[in-house]
Design a protein around this ligand. Structure first.
Ligand code: PLP
Length: 413
């Protein structure tokens, strides 16, 4: 009988979110009348903006007309969208990126998960700890991670990010080949300053590494010192691939559109003494396994760059930022230490009174019917923290704050 790929056996089912769901379900059984509020959601709650909806309607109608109908599209995305991305996301910020270095897709998850396929099996992977699990799991499936020992994969280089190092990863003892950086960060909501990121770009240039830079939360950046693109930094085009998404920028989590930037300067070894252009290989990979993001979705993404679209999506983001500000202020007033939230929809909250991540999760669930995400679920260095998000509705955010105040009054923390 044919055998399953053994790497798939190595990967546990998503333990963290399954465990949370199970605990929430048990709580519901015991307290059927409780109104649970989730501060754990990583999905948006506001609907698509009118500019996007109008563009979708128009594109759907086009698909019903013989003269406007579109079948398979270009593998890297339609020119109308790639040109807008070049213009608004790069040129407007003084960055010179050519449309043929931009590859439109159905999501940053697939892109960051798939990109590792381009590198040799022996490549050493470095990830921050805590980490967005896709970076690790996709390399486990590719057979690069080794064995899991005491919660960590033997061949993966972990870069701890904690309050002690200001959430800025130090250079590791063992030099990796692929370095995943996520800024603004999921789960910590923290960012890398221009100086810190330049340090990593210089490190990658010196050591022949590639940085896989995930900026899915770029739209949430408010501070000037946080780079919007890694290409703002000197030499980054030689060593960095950038991932962006319309999911959190414009509420496309259900519609699905994202893009990868692979500059032509970005070259890697062919293993025989020569160098190859990474962009060409990404196109090769995509044209082999993927037939492109739907036309109507790309039209919807293009609409986010219109005057109305920009105003409307920024308004939505401001709503989430407002939630983050209220949550952050309230938690700090209760004496909790809070990181992130300023340039990201995530707040990374230090658990009080020496509790651990799960202990605090239980307390919030059982005493306030609130759901958060235990930080330890994102990696060992996440122990002692929980993640809260600002993606809920304003009313739920306010109610959650009220409940936490009541807990504090009751002396819980
Ligand atoms: N990258 C990070 C860091 C994320 O947190 C997420 C989604 O939560 C993604 C990528 C996935 O984005 P998309 O919806 O475009 O697949």
């Amino acid at each position: 009988m044919i055998s399953i790929n053994p790497n798939y056996l190595k990967l546990e089912a998503n333990y963290l979110f399954a465990e949370i769901e199970r605990k929430v379900a048990d709580f519901k059984d015991s307290q059927p009348d409780a109104r649970i509020i989730s501060l754990g959601i990583g999905d948006v709650s506001r609907p698509l903006v009118p500019a996007v909806i109008n563009a979708l309607h128009k594109a759907v109608d086009e698909m019903g007309h013989p003269e406007h109908f579109r079948g398979y599209g270009p593998y890297g995305g339609y020119a109308f969208l790639r040109d807008l991305i070049m213009e608004y996301d790069y040129k407007a910020h003084g960055i010179d990126i050519h449309p043929d270095e931009i590859f439109v897709s159905d999501g940053a998850k697939s892109d960051v998960g798939n990109f590792q396929e381009l590198f040799s099996q022996k490549s050493i992977v470095a990830v921050t700890d805590p980490v967005y699990p896709v970076y690790v799991d996709s390399n486990v499936l590719a057979g690069r991670a080794g064995e899991k020992v005491d919660g960590r994969w033997s061949n993966i280089v972990y870069l701890p990010c904690t309050a002690e190092n200001d959430f800025i990863p130090a250079f590791p003892d063992k030099t990796p080949d692929m370095i995943y950086l996520c800024c603004p960060n999921n789960p910590t909501g923290t960012t890398l300053s221009r100086k810190a990121l330049q340090g990593w770009v210089d490190y990658a240039r010196k050591n022949g590494c590639i940085i896989l830079f995930d900026s899915a939360y770029e739209a949430f950046i408010r501070d000037d010192d946080v780079p919007h693109s890694i290409y703002e930094l000197e030499g980054a085009k030689e060593v960095a691939v950038e991932f962006r998404s319309f999911s959190k920028t414009a509420g496309f989590t259900g519609l699905r559109c994202a893009y990868v930037v692979v500059p032509h300067e970005c070259k890697v070894s062919d293993g025989k003494g020569g160098k190859v252009d990474l962009a060409g290989f990404w196109l090769r990979r995509q044209s082999t396994k993927y037939n492109g993001c739907p036309y109507i979705v790309q039209r919807a993404a293009a609409a986010t760059y219109s005057e109305d679209g920009q105003r409307e999506i920024k308004d939505v983001i401001r709503g989430y930022q407002n939630n983050a500000d209220l949550l952050s202020k309230a938690l700090q007033e209760l004496g909790l230490t809070v990181y992130g939230g300023r340039n990201a929809p995530y707040l990374w909250v230090k658990v009080p009174n020496g509790m651990d991540s799960w202990g605090f999760f239980h307390k919030l669930l059982h005493e306030a019917a609130l759901v958060c995400t235990p930080g330890v679920g994102f990696g060992k260095s996440g122990e002692g923290y929980v993640r809260m998000t600002s993606f809920g509705s304003p009313d739920d955010t306010q109610d959650a704050i009220k409940r936490m105040r009541q807990l504090a009054v009751a002396g819980t923390f």
